[in-house]
Design a protein around this ligand. Structure first.
Ligand code: ZN
Length: 371
């Protein structure tokens, strides 16, 4: 099969023929339909996770995976309800199943776990082996470029906004800001509308085209932050929303500037959640945080339940993806575009882009009858 693999840090992926993985009895072989390209793939290549991940090269990146069940291991139980030809997505936190976090359902937080594409071979390949517990069967109506990004870009901000909801800072007469309007941000504005209980949603970014897309996805207002001071932004917020401060912030970027701006605009008793990881540390003034009783949350990827909820929203047509197909051969070019921030929406690698049938078509070609 074809795979795009990392043979070391800070070098292009090598597109090569490798052996199709052999599955263990509790695994399923998935024929990759689409693999979303994430900014964290660029960070992986650049060595951002070097100290957190002990990688043995070569590795196959690609952690947003949707595809078709190709073969099923002999110990996969009937109750998994998986059949050959089913469209599936891969839930990404593969924990040990025994620690406190795993038992609480948060396998993405497991200290002994892994994430496909960050060690275990990921979706930048025609096939991937997946433990059956981490597959979720999906509606064949959605396209690969809609399905694959849901497993990270689509679900990570969902978990973040659930934390803001739980913090009690959303509701009518509240303002929630989404920082960033790329892969994660374009989903975050949709969840801010869906889970915000009437809160006004303002998206902050520096790219007009991305801001326009966020407006299409339901943001009430868009603010271009380029070249603006905190006072400029307060004035613009006042003009648009009637308020100078934000009750809630989801930061899908995680750059020094977005953290400073987000905390700088936060209202008393406001809450800020970080999901983006562009920078490496946060520095925020201490007195406003203490005296204003700010809440700060880290939110990491998402668990199986979060993904099931997001898939339900997608399958009911309540959220929309702006994925675009990328040819496997063009994978390195698109990593460069991601590095430069030039991708609008989400790029999704497909194999043989012209022939890559969407799940429904593929199933009928295989003679698989929909349930
Ligand atoms: Zn665990």
């Amino acid at each position: 099969m074809l795979a795009a693999r990392m043979h070391g840090y800070q070098q292009p992926l090598v597109l090569e023929e490798v052996k199709i993985p052999e599955i263990s009895p509790d695994e399923v072989l998935v024929r990759v339909g689409g693999a979303g390209m994430c900014r964290s793939d660029v960070q992986l290549v650049d060595g951002y996770f070097h100290s957190a991940l002990n990688l043995k090269f070569p590795i196959t990146p690609g952690h947003e995976i949707a595809g078709l069940v190709e073969t099923i291991g002999e110990r996969v139980p009937e109750t998994a309800q998986l059949a050959i030809g089913d469209a599936v997505v891969v839930a990404a936190g593969w924990g040990d199943g025994t620690c406190r976090q795993c038992r609480a359902g948060n396998e993405q937080l497991c200290e002994h776990g892994g994430w496909p594409g960050f060690g275990p071979p990921g979706g930048y390949a025609e096939f991937v082996a997946v433990p059956y517990r981490h597959l979720i069967r999906v509606d064949a109506k959605l396209k690969w470029e809609e399905l694959a990004p849901l497993t990270d870009a689509g679900v990570t901000p969902y978990r973040g906004i659930k934390k803001l909801r739980a913090a009690g800072v959303l509701g009518p007469d509240r303002v929630i800001a989404v920082f960033g309007a790329s892969g994660l941000g374009s989903y975050a504005v949709q969840y801010a509308k869906l889970l915000g209980s009437g809160a006004t949603v303002v998206v902050f970014a520096r790219n007009e085209e991305k801001l326009a897309l966020a407006k299409q996805h339901g943001a009430d207002y868009a603010i271009n932050t380029r070249g603006k001071s905190l006072d400029d932004l307060r004035a613009e917020l006042q003009r648009l929303t009637g308020k100078r401060k934000l009750d809630a912030v989801i930061d899908c970027v995680g750059a020094k500037e977005t953290i400073q701006t987000g905390f700088g605009l936060l209202a008393t008793a406001g809450a800020f959640v970080s999901v983006g990881l562009v920078g490496t540390e946060i520095a925020i003034p201490l007195f406003p945080l203490v005296s204003g009783e700010f809440s700060y949350f880290g939110s990491y990827w998402a668990n199986h339940t979060d993904l099931q909820e997001v898939l339900a929203l997608a399958q009911q047509g309540k959220i929309h993806s702006s994925g675009q197909k990328v040819r496997f051969e063009d994978i390195n070019d698109h990593l460069e575009m991601l590095r430069a921030g030039d991708i609008i929406g989400r790029a999704v690698v497909v194999f043989n882009v012209d022939k890559a049938a969407d799940p429904a078509q593929r199933r009928s070609e295989q003679g698989v009858v929909a349930r």
